[in-house]
Design a protein around this ligand. Structure first.
Ligand SMILES: Cc1cc2nc3c(=O)[nH]c(=O)nc-3n(C[C@H](O)[C@H](O)[C@H](O)COP(=O)(O)O)c2cc1C
Length: 424
């Protein structure tokens, strides 16, 4: 059986599935139940200075798919609303009782050296394995000069990270905000400040929907609302890209990455790992389905690793990074063409409509004697965009088949049609 244990930024855990700093990790009761369910680690819900934050009601809203499937959640919660003393006491006890699990403490205090100098020894005294700096909270805290207000200014990220490395001997993970133009800038700043790792993403600024009767966005607090932070499966593509951006940035080479954002299955986790993550964190999926989802995650990941011959996570972590490149390095001469499996086709015509109305008019519709339609690809018109395959409701009915063009590899950098091309 594959070995799921990891050492991430010097922190040991029996498996790479950690719960992200959020309600699931807000108190000992939750964390103990999560450990009992099998989670390899937790990042304790962000601690701050006393007096503790005060939350509003209501707090969450959702973006739904057609069948009421929750695609993403938006929240306007702040950091912990429990006192520092209670949190520290519970952390100390939980770490003592669960020595083999990773227990990381998320922190957010004002961007003032004295504040960090004060809280860091208190956290270190709990026996926790590491700290995570919450530079990402997009609502409430930035208005007080914390959270995303720090994460969006590289100089602050670097400075606070350096204070943490100065006043604390624990590994420092810097949690990045996605509410920024270029995620690499923040990661580089964390690296310069001495971060042992980065984790990403925190939530994305969002408004999920508007109550049109009362003319107020959701979630509502009385008759008003505010933007919140978006998370859940809908943010996975954004998070994956940001992880890849950092993983392939020469300036942050070797900086461990903890992937977060929309992870709900072993496959999601494996994808984050393939793009450079050494561990992953989960929040929304656990909030929607409970702690036991970790069983499927551990089981699925280890089965897949066995099937691929990977003995441990380090053997495949980062394997897809080298194949993720800039557009200009892609092969312009590579060509795929759609092929419809007529046996599997249910004749719904979605591929035809999509291609006919919005793409390349490359799928013909032939009326049959019995009144049904048969759909066929016109090879010469097909550019291989994948749209028909994406719209097709039948898995594996449309295959994108590579063509033998006889043309050599050619990227845009070397293409004579590019006015700035590099002569070969
Ligand atoms: C209700 C809620 C509260 C959260 N509170 C915090 C927090 O206190 N500190 C923090 O760093 N991230 C917080 N997050 C962000 C999560 O840790 C995580 O980065 C984000 O939800 C993306 O992961 P996911 O898609 O698996 O949910 C919170 C998320 C939610 C939904």
């Amino acid at each position: 059986m594959a070995d799921l244990s990891i050492v991430f930024a010097g922190i040991k855990a029996p498996n790479p599935f950690w719960l992200a700093s959020a309600p699931p990790t807000d108190k000992a009761y939750n964390v103990v139940r999560a450990f009992e369910a099998g989670w390899g680690g937790v990042v304790w819900k962000t601690l701050g200075e006393d007096p503790a934050a005060v939350n509003v009601s209501s707090r969450y809203s959702a973006h739904y798919g057609n069948n009421r499937e929750v695609l993403g959640i938006n929240n306007i919660e702040l950091i912990t609303d429990r006192s520092l003393e209670i949190n520290l006491r519970e952390i100390t006890q939980v770490k003592k009782d669960w020595p083999d699990r990773a227990l990381i403490v998320s922190l957010m205090v004002p961007c003032v050296e004295e504040s960090w100098k004060h809280i860091l020894p208190l956290v270190e005294a709990t026996g926790a394995d590491g700290i995570e700096l919450n530079f990402g909270c997009p609502h409430g805290m930035p208005e007080r000069g914390m959270g995303a207000a720090v994460g969006q200014v590289p100089e602050y990220v670097e400075q606070v990270t350096r204070w943490c490395k100065t006043y604390c001997s624990l590994p420092v993970i810097v949690k990045l905000t996605p509410n920024i133009t270029d995620i690499r800038v923040a990661a580089r700043a964390a690296h310069r400040g001495g971060a042992d790792a980065v984790s990403l993403i925190n939530t994305i600024n969002s408004i999920t929907s508007v109550d049109l009767e009362h003319m107020v966005a959701l979630p509502t607090v009385g008759s008003k609302s505010t933007h919140g932070g978006y998370c859940g499966s809908a943010v996975k593509p954004i998070a994956l890209n940001m992880v890849a951006e950092i993983a392939r940035d020469p300036e942050t080479q070797g900086l461990p990455i903890c992937g977060i954002g929309g992870i709900g299955s072993w496959r999601d986790a494996a994808e984050f790992m393939a793009l450079g993550s050494g561990a992953v964190q989960v929040c929304t999926a656990a909030m929607l389905h409970g702690f036991r989802i970790v069983e499927e995650m551990k089981d699925g990941l280890s089965r897949w690793m066995d099937s691929q011959g990977y003995a441990n996570i380090a053997e495949f972590s980062g394997r897809a990074v080298g194949n993720t490149t800039d557009w200009k390095y892609l092969d312009i001469n590579y060509q795929v063409i759609a092929k419809i499996d007529q046996e599997a086709c249910i004749g719904c015509g979605r591929c035809h409509i999509a291609c006919e109305d919005t793409s390349h008019q490359a799928i013909g519709s032939l009326k049959q004697a019995d009144g049904t339609h048969k759909y066929e690809v016109i090879d010469e018109e097909c550019v291989g965009c994948n749209l028909c395959q994406i719209t097709c409701p039948v898995a594996d009915c449309i295959e994108m088949v590579p063509m033998e063009t006889g043309k050599p590899f050619l990227d845009w950098n070397h293409d004579p049609r590019n006015p700035y091309h590099v002569a070969v």
